[in-house]
Design a protein around this ligand. Structure first.
Ligand code: CTP
Length: 424
C-alpha cells in the first residue's frame, strides 16, 4: 500500500509528538545509509485500531546496531548493543527507549542485495510472527514514510475482528501463542477464526511442556487484562484446564465461583475497609478456582512459584479440610480456628467452599483487624507466669475475649489476666 495520509494521521494521533518526530528522524537517518527501516508489531496494530501503545519496535533491513550508532551521533542519547542478537536499544536524549532489530543476518552479509530481496527479508520477519494482526509494518524511510506493509491481510482481520495464525504449526512451535490468542480475543473483543481455533485445540497438549514460570506470566496477563469469568470459560473451551487435570464438568462451577468472588470483593471488601487485602482478587485466586472446584488443589502447586502464593495455597488447602464452619453465637469463636489464616485465604474459602453465614465471618474479619494489643509477654511475666509456648495461647484467649466484647480497655485486660492467673 502506498503511504496514506490516513495512516500518517493515525500515527500522529496515537504517538506523542516527540515519538512521531523521532520516527521521522529514524527514517531519514536510515535513508542516508540506504537502509530500509520499519515500525513493526503490536504498535502498528494499535495505531490501526486507534489505541495507544508506547512500545516502539523498529526493524532495520540491515545492521540495527549501526543505525542506532548513527542516531546517537546525530541526535545524542546512548546506545546499548546486544551484539549476539544484532539488536540495539537507543536511549534518546529525551528519555525514550527504542529497540532496533536487524532483520536476518544474511542481509548485511550481502549489502548489494536487490530491492526484491529486501522486501522478502522484512516479510520473512513478519512471517515468523504469531497472528496476522501482529504481522504488519509501517515504512519509516523519508521517501515512503507511512507505507503499510501487510502481506498477510492483517488490516482486513482487524476489520473482521479475527485472530488468525500465519501457518499451521504456529502453535506447535510456540504454545504460548494459544494464551496470547485468548488475551487478544479478550482485549479487543475479537475471536479466533475457525482454522486457528481448530489448530489451537489440536496442539493444546503442548501447553504442559511450557515452564511453570511461562504459564504464570501468561496467566497473570490473561487475568489482569480480561474478565476472569470469560478467561476461565475460554480456557475450558480450549481444553487448557483439562491439561492441568481439571475435569471439563467444572466449567460452570468455576465460572460461577469466580463471579461470587468478584462480587464479595465488590460488595463486602469495599465496605469493610480495614481488610489486609487488595481491592480486587489477585489473578492467583482466579487461577486456583478451577483446581479448587475439581478438588485437586495439589495440582496447582507446581505453578505456585512465589513464597506469598505458596503460603496462600497452603492456607487454602488447610482451610478446605476444616469442618468447623458452623455459625457461632460469638464472633470470638471464629478466632480460635481462624486466627492464623490471612484475610485473603479466608475470603477465598468462604466463596469457593460456599461457607454458610458469611456475614458473621465478615464481621469477625472486620473486628479482628481492629484488635488492640493490650498485653504482651512482658505483662504475663509481671503477672508471675513462666514464659513458654502457652503465652501465645493466653494472648489468643485474650483476643477471643476482646472479640466477644468482654474486654475493651487496657484496664479490663489487666483484670482479665488477674482472673486468669487465679484460675491456675
Ligand atoms: N510475538 C510472536 N510470538 C510470541 C510473542 C510475540 O510472534 N509468542 C511477536 C508478535 O508479532 C508481537 C511482537 O512479537 O507483536 C511483540 O511481542 P509483545 O510485545 O509480547 O506483543 P504485542 O503484540 O506488542 O502485545 P502487547 O500489546 O500485549 O504488548
Amino acid at each position: 500500500t502506498p503511504p496514506s495520509t490516513e495512516l500518517i494521521n493515525k500515527m500522529q494521533k496515537q504517538l506523542s509528538g516527540e515519538a512521531f518526530q523521532l520516527l521521522k528522524e529514524i527514517g531519514e537517518t536510515a535513508s542516508r545509509i540506504d537502509m530500509p527501516v520499519y515500525l513493526i508489531g503490536g504498535i502498528v496494530r494499535d495505531i490501526l485500531l486507534d489505541r495507544p501503545n508506547f512500545d516502539i519496535d523498529i526493524v532495520a533491513e540491515g545492521n540495527g546496531i549501526e543505525l542506532a550508532n548513527r542516531l546517537m551521533e546525530t541526535h545524542g542519547g546512548d546506545v546499548l548493543e546486544h551484539e549476539s542478537f544484532g539488536t540495539a536499544t537507543w536511549n534518546t536524549p529525551s528519555g525514550l527507549s527504542i529497540d532496533l532489530v536487524s532483520s536476518r543476518l544474511e542481509y548485511y552479509e550481502q549489502p548489494a542485495a536487490l530491492p526484491e530481496i529486501e522486501t522478502s527479508v522484512l516479510e520473512d520477519d513478519l512471517q515468523r510472527r504469531d497472528f496476522t494482526i501482529n504481522a504488519m509494518a509501517i515504512r519509516l524511510n523519508a521517501e515512503a514514510f507511512g507505507e503499510l506493509i501487510d502481506p498477510f491481510g492483517g488490516q482486513n482481520d482487524l476489520r473482521e475482528k479475527k485472530i488468525k495464525i500465519l501457518h499451521n504449526i504456529s502453535f506447535v512451535e510456540d504454545p504460548t501463542r494459544i494464551f496470547r490468542a485468548v488475551r487478544f480475543e479478550q482485549r479487543f473483543g475479537f475471536s479466533m477464526d475457525e482454522q486457528t481455533e481448530k489448530l489451537a485445540l489440536e496442539s493444546i497438549d503442548k501447553v504442559i511442556h511450557l515452564s511453570p514460570q511461562r504459564i504464570n506470566e501468561e496467566m497473570i496477563r490473561l487475568f489482569t487484562e480480561g474478565s476472569p469469568q470469560e478467561v476461565i470459560r475460554r480456557l475450558f473451551e480450549l481444553n487448557v484446564w483439562q491439561q492441568f487435570g481439571v475435569h471439563e464438568k467444572q466449567l460452570d462451577a468455576s465460572v460461577a465461583t469466580a463471579e461470587h468472588l468478584e462480587q464479595i470483593y465488590n460488595e463486602q471488601v469495599r465496605k469493610i475497609t480495614n481488610l489486609q487485602i487488595a481491592e480486587k482478587p489477585s489473578w492467583f485466586n482466579y487461577f486456583l478456582l478451577p483446581f479448587y472446584c475439581n478438588d485437586s488443589l495439589y495440582a496447582a502447586e507446581k505453578f505456585t512459584l512465589r513464597k506469598n502464593r505458596k503460603k496462600l495455597l497452603e492456607e487454602i488447602m488447610a482451610l478446605q479440610r476444616h469442618e468447623q464452619w458452623n455459625e457461632f453465637t460469638q464472633i470470638g469463636d471464629y478466632h480460635l480456628f481462624l486466627h492464623d489464616y490471612s484475610d485473603e485465604a479466608i475470603l477465598f474459602t468462604l466463596v469457593a467452599d460456599q461457607v454458610p453465614h458469611q456475614g458473621s465471618v465478615m464481621e469477625y474479619l472486620y473486628h479482628r483487624n481492629k484488635l488492640q494489643n493490650y498485653l504482651n509477654g512482658g505483662d504475663l511475666v509481671k503477672a508471675g507466669l513462666k514464659p513458654g509456648p502457652n503465652f501465645s495461647k493466653i494472648l489468643l484467649h485474650l483476643e477471643v475475649s476482646q472479640l466477644n466484647g468482654d474486654v475493651s480497655t487496657k484496664e479490663e485486660a489487666d483484670q482479665w489476666l488477674e482472673e486468669y492467673v487465679c484460675t491456675l
